[in-house]
Design a binder for this molecule. Structure first.
Ligand code: FES
Length: 71
């Protein structure tokens, strides 16, 4: 596993009014600590609280942003 800041094993980036993207090697756990299966090296985590597939983003935030409703 690489820990070099120039080439990290995992990159986490928050997008304005959108999800948090996680790229690289990671394990995703639910609120009870159980693994959430995924087959991708990049996932988007919902932070608007409106996703139907939480903890993953389903794009609902884009509808909220168009309405100006971020709550
Ligand atoms: S951030 Fe995309 S659905 Fe919540």
């Amino acid at each position: 596993m690489t820990t070099n800041a120039e080439d990290p094993a995992t990159v986490i980036r928050a997008y304005p009014d959108g999800p948090i993207l996680v790229r690289g090697d990671f394990e995703l756990l639910d609120e009870d600590g159980r693994p959430v299966p995924h087959d991708r090296r990049t996932i988007a985590l919902c932070r608007c609280g409106r996703s139907a597939i939480a903890p993953l983003c389903d794009g609902t935030h884009t509808l909220l942003n168009r309405r100006g409703d971020s709550s």
